[in-house]
Design a binder for this molecule. Structure first.
Ligand code: DER
Length: 243
């Protein structure tokens, strides 16, 4: 309940600050925090939402918009957004983020770049200094299925460990839980989770560029120098805002 309350705090605060009547074209991200963003937008009332269009970052986000009775749009029709609000798996003190826990990072990054303002919302667990401190599962990387084995090998050569210091699996192809075989993204690709040691995560932008250049990589779950602000709900009912 403390985490849910914190997610709600972050979602509400971000909407109150960044979704006004001037914001018509709004990107909605993925995960368990953005439903509070949508709730807060719906609470602004029918008149406020009548002329707005909401663009999703994937299946879950699309369903959220439809169920909320908001107008659904596509990034093809609305390539320039006023604001996109999305969750994050971890955020460092320079507003770099690990994203892709929900395997939606390709469309999320497209909508992040399409927006004049990109905002992250998260509970206190995601508020970090160096990426990889709290989100230890690794950087989610969307890869073309044909190339996944080669990309795994290249990531291992780059220094991604197959076993974490705590003994848990490290570098790996993300497997389905209630589905035999690997997770398949909304774009029909696989996801590799690649942890890296702290000294490599400290330079997230350099790591992003090195990973993105590997043949077969479609998109990397590192969002560097993109966010205008991150809103963290705290256990004590306060909200921390990093800009
Ligand atoms: O995949 C993502 O990047 C999503 O935004 C998600 O992982 C955010 O996490 P949340 O469910 O804690 O909001």
């Amino acid at each position: 309940p403390a985490v849910e309350a914190a997610k709600r705090l972050a979602g509400y605060a971000a909407v109150d600050r960044h979704v006004g009547l001037d914001q018509k074209f709004i990107g909605i991200g993925s995960g368990s925090t953005v439903p509070y963003v949508v709730d807060r937008i719906v609470a602004q009332g029918k008149a406020a939402n009548r002329d707005r269009v909401f663009i999703p970052t994937g299946f879950q986000s699309k369903e959220l918009i439809i169920k909320a009775g908001l107008t659904l749009g596509d990034v093809d029709q609305y390539p320039d957004l006023d604001v996109t609000i999305d969750g994050a798996d971890e955020v460092d003190d320079e507003l770099n983020a690990i994203k892709g826990g929900g395997a939606c990072q390709l469309r999320e990054k497209v909508l992040a770049e399409a927006a004049k303002v990109w905002i992250m919302v998260a509970d206190y667990r995601k508020n970090s200094k160096v990426l990889g401190t709290t989100w230890t599962q690794g950087i989610p990387i969307e890869v073309a299925p044909f190339a996944y084995a080669k990309v795994l090998t290249n990531l291992a050569h780059m220094g991604s460990p197959s076993v974490l210091p705590n003994g848990k699996p490290g570098l790996s192809l993300r497997m389905g839980k209630m589905k035999a075989g690997p997770v398949v993204s909304d774009n029909g690709n696989f996801i590799i989770d690649a942890p890296f040691p702290p000294e490599m995560m400290e330079n997230a932008l350099e790591l992003l560029h090195r990973i993105k250049m590997l043949t077969g990589v479609v998109e990397v779950g590192l969002f560097c120098h993109m966010a205008k602000a991150a809103y963290f709900g705290n256990e004590d009912g306060s909200v921390s805002i990093r800009t």
